[in-house]
Design a binder for this molecule. Structure first.
Ligand SMILES: [Zn+2]
Length: 67
C-alpha cells in the first residue's frame, strides 16, 4: 500500500536531521492533484509534494481569446 508514482529527485540526499523549511519552487496542476516542487531554504534539499485537494476540475479563468 506504500506505492508511490513519484520518483525521488536525484539530488535528494540524506543530511543532518533538522526541521526543513520548505519553499515552493514551482507547482503544477496534474490529474493527480497539485504537484509542488519544494526546496528547503536551509539545506537545499528538495521534495515533491502532491496536494490532493477536493477542488474539482479546474475551471477556465477567462473566456477563450483568439479566433
Ligand atoms: Zn533542510
Amino acid at each position: 500500500m506504500a506505492s508511490s508514482t513519484l520518483e525521488q529527485h536525484p539530488q535528494t540526499r540524506p543530511i543532518a536531521v533538522h526541521e526543513h523549511g520548505w519553499a515552493t519552487e514551482s507547482r503544477h496542476v496534474t490529474s493527480e492533484g497539485i504537484v509542488r516542487y519544494v526546496r528547503c531554504t536551509a539545506c537545499g534539499s528538495r521534495r515533491v509534494d502532491v496536494e490532493r485537494a477536493p477542488i474539482g476540475p479546474p475551471e477556465p479563468a477567462s473566456a477563450v481569446v483568439g479566433r
